[in-house]
Design a protein around this ligand. Sequence first.
Ligand SMILES: Cc1cc2nc3c(=O)[nH]c(=O)nc-3n(C[C@H](O)[C@H](O)[C@H](O)COP(=O)(O)OP(=O)(O)OC[C@H]3O[C@@H](n4cnc5c(N)ncnc54)[C@H](O)[C@@H]3O)c2cc1C
Length: 410
Amino acid sequence: MSKDKKTLTVIGSGPAGMMAAITAAGNGMEVTVIEQNEKLCRKIYATGNGRCNFTNLNWKGDVIRSGDVKKALKIIKGFDNKALIEFFDKLGVPAKTIGDYVYPNSEQALSVAEALICEAKQLNIKLITNEKALDIKNKNNSFEVYTDLGRYISDKLLIAVGGKASPIHGSDGNLNKKIKELGHHISKQMPALVALKTDDKKLEKLAGVRVKCKVFLDIDGKAVNNESGEIIFNKGNISGIPVMILSRYAALAFDEKKKVKLVIDFFPELEEHVLTEKLQQLFYNTKVKNKTAYEVMIGYLNNKLLDYCLRNSGINPDKPAYSNKHKNIIELVSLLKNFELSVKATEGFEKAQVSLGGVPLSEVNDKLESMKIPGLYLAGEILDVDGSCGGYNLQWAFSSGFLAGSDAAK
Ligand SMILES: Cc1cc2nc3c(=O)[nH]c(=O)nc-3n(C[C@H](O)[C@H](O)[C@H](O)COP(=O)(O)OP(=O)(O)OC[C@H]3O[C@@H](n4cnc5c(N)ncnc54)[C@H](O)[C@@H]3O)c2cc1C
């Protein structure tokens, strides 16, 4: 490395590391990125089902979760969704918005990954792959990173190794011990944005069913949160965006050995008494007296789910609708509005998109510099910030990476 330029080593080539590297190099630093994978930006290629939902236009509500949400949002504001969209536009990746979700216009995650790699090369960033950082020493106002193959010395250091989610992409907490040795804490990391495991027998009959509904997360008998959207019943688990969003709260409850269940409302737009009246009209309509219970409700719900709900309310789907008692219709409505599924665990880090927990934001300043060691920066998912589905996690990684890279270059 040349003597006149300030130097920065970045550990991790995820969105946080790459953004920091590009920003620091753009501001005159000499930057080296160390990545243990053979491929740079490996996780980015897999994001958004291969489409990379890199930010969102809607920032209302509980979209960012952290021990210090206010500080996380302040950091994001320092390089917000508009700035990120503009940044990618300049790199030849214009945005496409679907609802509030923002993707590259190509709808290919590789556009984002390759644009970052291309920009890093343009800026002469040294991109080292297939090398794993094993140790970090902070001596005489400089940093030494020891990898399995060599040693890197720099004025400043950024740790952007991600959390523990999706270890297949390289983030597995392997540097946590070293981060702690540097004086930082790491609050317990748990899977978030993940499917929930269940051994509820109902799912044996309902595997493969997709249904739009409202899902309530019930912890120790109390509904604590809810989300709406499409859920998917699978053998052994339940997935879909609403379940994934609720999963981080479920993970915390499992950790505290609390009882967790999902309560599903298949007709959230209809109040219980309105649905009851509707079904009574359907079942006791004399004009359709030869139709079965299943036939009068055929278009109301996925057929497997309808059959299951009818049978479990004491209604024979194959018998005439009118032959059923009022009390069975009441039972049916109760099941359709309060369908309970006990859940016992998350599907774990392997299947999770992000992890909650990490280095508390109280241990870095607003520019992501460590309060323990000047010149050391932390950015991205290694910090105690996780976002909802919809591009919030990538925005966090890019925002924190940008601020860290800009500040390191000052
Ligand atoms: C399947 C999937 C889909 C997703 N889709 C979306 C989406 O559409 N929108 C969204 O906002 N978020 C999405 N996410 C979440 C998002 O990808 C992450 O939050 C984000 O990538 C975190 O960025 P990061 O830079 O902090 O860490 P990471 O992206 O995890 O990168 C960390 C990097 O550090 C490297 N590393 C780790 N340890 C070492 C070491 N010791 N030495 C050298 N290198 C090391 C790793 O190999 C890795 O490349 C998705 C995640 C997954 C798994």
